[in-house]
Design a protein around this ligand. Structure first.
Ligand code: TPP
Ligand code: MG
Length: 661
């Protein structure tokens, strides 16, 4: 499709509609960020009117182009575009209530608030990596379903701040390596950040930086419609990801502020807004868009209708409609749950023990065979995380049909790309690293939880049981820190049965990210009989009862085995003790109070976990004790390290006796 370049004047008028909605909304809210919407309005107008494939009437159309505003502070740019192009949820009223509680127009774009908001952005850099994940998802699904059903691009607007953030390096090199030709990054090259000129803090040659990572680069005058058009058109047929540096003036049109850091944020005040109206010859009152402009924008919003109808027809005629819809809908085959129950039974019958990271691979073997939705990966720890099962192949730049991604040593980029894949749809991404490096993923895990994205983190080497690698590699406070993230299902299974159960929970938790904390070292067998029911789904359950128990031992993961051994000793001494396995606090909190009371028991309680005590007090009651870590770990064989810190059966028994004195 050859198009002619747009004329400047009509694009400027359309862009000014964005500019004044943004200015009026920021002014009404008395806070916000006018600089970016004013600066990038022309670029966004060319993109939406000439290139972006979208249909506001069908906002979830899976073959739409994705538009990510990585620089989420410029949220009014996105809200104005959604409003003008006719997304039904983005009413004028919503714009008038910008930044108000309960509105769809939060300070930064929030996924789920309104269709068209493809991801939550604001923490700079995240959106670039989300976009790389979305582009990766498209490549993979195109390889699976063909280009007649999957053929779209991901556009991302990134600011100077986005590109300064470290995560951008990970995302850019990842996208460059995999030659994600369907990814187009529009850099808002305005040379201004909050503190002032970009020269205060950065002298990178961005063009060289992107090219070094394998991207195609281009430059345009972001206020010249024909030039923006030229650059975008050239990018359409690229064989690699494209970065277009759009030279813009921050706060374009705001007298006294444009081109300076004063344009970045804050309500400009009535005088400046009036000045902008004069400077841009915009004669309409606040929030008023003249009918002809409104009509032009609506027409732009309808341009995708035909493409949508054609695509719908192609899908219906493809012979793979149901398979495709099920994939996009994240529908798991009913056989998956049954296959995991069979695995549990086998584990119990064959008394399969070992490290939970290895038992996790057994569960994954089953899952990856049962569904094609999973797309695994690891940040260069595949042999340690046990994330690549034999039945899946790696994705390569030449062939995206595989289901395993070598993310490289890019934990943050991996977690953010996983968010992008999950939001794209058609994929349940799981990715692994050492649990101590969950800290390197944390900002993206947090956003996954905030968005309710269906991602699964495989965090192995989950305690001082890491052993010889020492305290830098031994997580201590990570479990507590991860449990503090609302909505994240942190699961620390004790054995093969619980590991299979936790994987099932993770696969089925469609609106929650899950994190599996898995051991490097071997565990014993916790479950000695088979139950089809998923006991881990209760969050905690009584693993060994003891009639007349005076003590409940609460434990997770590898320490469940220790608790069971301590119980045996105590029972021999005539101290009746029960053991509760607590794979997932978050799920336990959701149980009825009566169940919680039953599980926690009426006697004294002792928690055993090779992590920090933070949070355990909520379960220990008046008479409780904690056996775990109170500082960083140490280097040595795992058994010796456990002994060194007194996380032993003997110490547990001693503490139990003291507790009951
Ligand atoms: C991770 C992160 N750190 C800090 C901020 C706060 N912040 C918002 S915008 C911004 C930088 C503004 O410069 P730029 O990205 O170039 O945006 P512009 O002012 O050009 O719109 C900062 C530091 C943030 N949103 N995210
Ligand atoms: Mg800037």
């Amino acid at each position: 499709m050859t198009q002619t370049a747009p004329d400047q004047a009509p694009i400027r008028s359309l862009a000014n509609a964005i500019r004044f909605l943004a200015l009026d909304a920021v002014q009404a809210a008395k806070s916000g960020h006018p600089g970016l919407p004013l600066g990038m309005a022309d670029v966004a107008t060319v993109l939406f009117s000439r290139f972006l494939k979208f249909n506001p009437a069908e906002p979830h159309w899976s073959d739409r182009d994705r538009f990510v505003l990585s620089a989420g502070h410029g949220s009014m740019l996105l809200y104005a575009l959604l409003h003008l192009t006719g997304y039904p949820d983005m009413t004028l009223d919503e714009l008038k209530h910008f930044r108000k509680v309960g509105s769809r127009t939060a300070g930064h774009p929030e996924y789920g608030h309104a269709p068209g908001i493809e991801t939550t952005t604001g923490p700079l850099g995240q959106g670039i990596a989300n976009a790389a994940g979305m582009a990766m998802a498209e490549r993979h699904l195109q390889a699976r379903f063909g280009s007649e059903l999957v053929d779209h691009k991901t556009y991302v607007i990134a600011s100077d701040g986005d590109l300064e953030e470290g995560i951008s390096h990970e995302a850019i090199s990842l996208a460059g390596h995999y030659q994600l030709k369907n990814l187009i990054l529009l850099w808002d090259d305005n040379s201004i950040t909050i503190d002032g000129a970009i020269s205060l803090s950065d002298s990178s040659n961005m063009d060289q930086r992107f090219r070094a990572a394998g991207w195609i680069t281009d430059t345009c005058n972001g206020h010249d419609a024909a030039d923006v058009f030229r650059a975008l058109e050239r990018a359409q047929a690229a064989d690699r990801p494209v970065m277009i540096a759009c030279r813009t003036v921050i706060g374009f049109g705001m007298p006294g502020r444009e081109g300076t850091q004063k344009a970045h944020s804050d309500a400009p005040g009535e005088d400046v807004v009036a000045g902008a109206r004069k400077q841009l010859s915009w004669e309409w009152p606040p929030f008023v868009i003249p009918d002809d402009l409104r009509g032009q924008w609506r027409t732009i919003g309808k341009q995708g209708e035909k493409a949508f109808a054609d695509w719908t027809a192609r899908k219906a005629a493809s012979g793979k409609e149901k398979e495709f819809d099920d994939a996009i809908g994240g529908v798991l085959p009913p056989s998956l749950a049954a296959a995991l129950v069979t695995l549990k039974q086998k584990i119990v019958t064959e008394k399969t023990d070992g490290a939970t990271r290895k038992l996790s691979e057994k569960a994954l073997d089953v899952i990856n065979a049962e569904t094609q939705l999973t797309l695994g990966g690891s940040a260069d720890l595949t042999p340690s995380n046990n994330t690549k099962t034999k039945n899946i192949e790696p994705i390569t730049p030449e062939n995206f049909s595989g289901r395993y991604l070598h993310y490289g040593i890019r934990e943050h980029g991996m977690a953010a790309a996983m968010n992008g894949m999950a939001l794209h749809g058609g994929i349940i991404p799981y990715g692994g690293t050492f649990m101590v490096f969950s800290d390197y993923c944390r900002p993206s895990i947090r956003l996954a939880a905030l968005m309710g994205a269906h991602t699964i983190y495989v965090m192995t080497h989950d305690s001082i049981g890491v052993g010889e690698d020492g305290p830098t590699h031994q997580p201590i406070e990570q479990l507590a820190a991860l449990r503090a993230i609302p909505g994240l299902l942190v699961m620390r299974p004790a054995d093969g049965v619980e590991t299979a159960e936790c994987w099932q929970i993770a696969m089925e938790a469609r609106s929650n990210p899950s994190l599996l904390a898995l051991s490097r070292q071997d565990t014993g067998l916790g479950r000695d009989s088979h139950t089809p029911e998923n006991l881990s789904a209760h969050g905690a359950y009584v693993l060994r009862e003891a009639p007349g128990a005076k003590l409940t031992l609460l434990a997770t993961g590898t320490e469940v085995g220790l608790a069971l051994a301590a119980r045996d000793s105590l029972m021999k001494e005539g101290i009746a003790a029960r053991v509760v396995s607590m794979p997932c606090w978050a799920l336990f909190e959701q149980q009825p109070a009566e169940y919680q009371r039953m599980v926690l028991g009426t006697g004294a309680r002792m928690a055993i976990e090779a992590g920090c005590p933070l949070g355990w007090d909520r379960y220990l009651g008046q008479k409780g004790a904690f056996l775990g870590m109170h500082g960083f770990g140490a280097s040595g064989p795992a058994k010796d390290v456990y002994a060194h810190f007194g996380i032993t059966v003997e110490r547990a028994v001693e503490m139990a006796r003291d507790l009951l004195k």
